[in-house]
Design a protein around this ligand. Structure first.
Ligand code: SF4
Ligand code: SF4
Length: 146
């Protein structure tokens, strides 16, 4: 008899519990990089400049529960808004599942190891800079987070 499918395959995004939803985040930190929107085309460009609350080593938000106190425009991801966020990285678990794609082998839920996202070179560890280190975001545009 085969094992039952994991929750992210057995349920739709809207059926997940809060804990299941949160556990889908791979901890890459890519969505916490500043982005620039081209005023003419609407195209979104990623930079390697991190939100001031992002811990550049763990790649996690340093004050997740109270993040809106200091970053009021931080977006709460939910099944309702995921489809509207075209800028989510292609590696993002929420985007992958919404598009009907599987979680990759390096995802911590698959590997069982929270460090696998860093070892695979998916996270921003070692690649992001603090926002107080730069004044010109346009000089920090990078293609890898998208
Ligand atoms: S890009 Fe997606 S998986 Fe990565 S930190 Fe953001 S929400 Fe989590
Ligand atoms: S406030 Fe936290 S979760 Fe929101 S973008 Fe900044 S680091 Fe990421």
């Amino acid at each position: 008899m085969s094992a039952p499918p994991p929750f992210w395959e057995a349920k739709s995004l809207s059926e997940l519990t809060r804990a299941e939803w949160e556990s889908l985040c791979d901890g890459c930190g890519r969505c916490c990089l500043h982005k620039l929107e081209d005023a003419d085309t609407g195209e979104i460009h990623y930079t390697n400049v991190a939100c001031k609350l992002l811990d550049l080593t763990s790649c996690a938000c340093s004050n997740y529960e109270r993040r809106w106190d200091s970053v009021p425009d931080c977006i709460q991801l939910s099944p309702r808004v995921i489809g509207d966020l075209a800028w989510l990285p292609s590696t993002c678990a929420y985007r992958l599942l919404r598009e009907g794609r599987p979680l990759p082998a390096w995802h911590p839920l698959v590997s069982g190891d929270p460090d696998s996202v860093h070892r695979a070179g998916i996270s921003v560890r070692g690649r992001a800079v603090r926002e107080n280190r730069t004044r010109r975001l346009e000089r920090h545009i990078v293609s890898w987070p998208a």
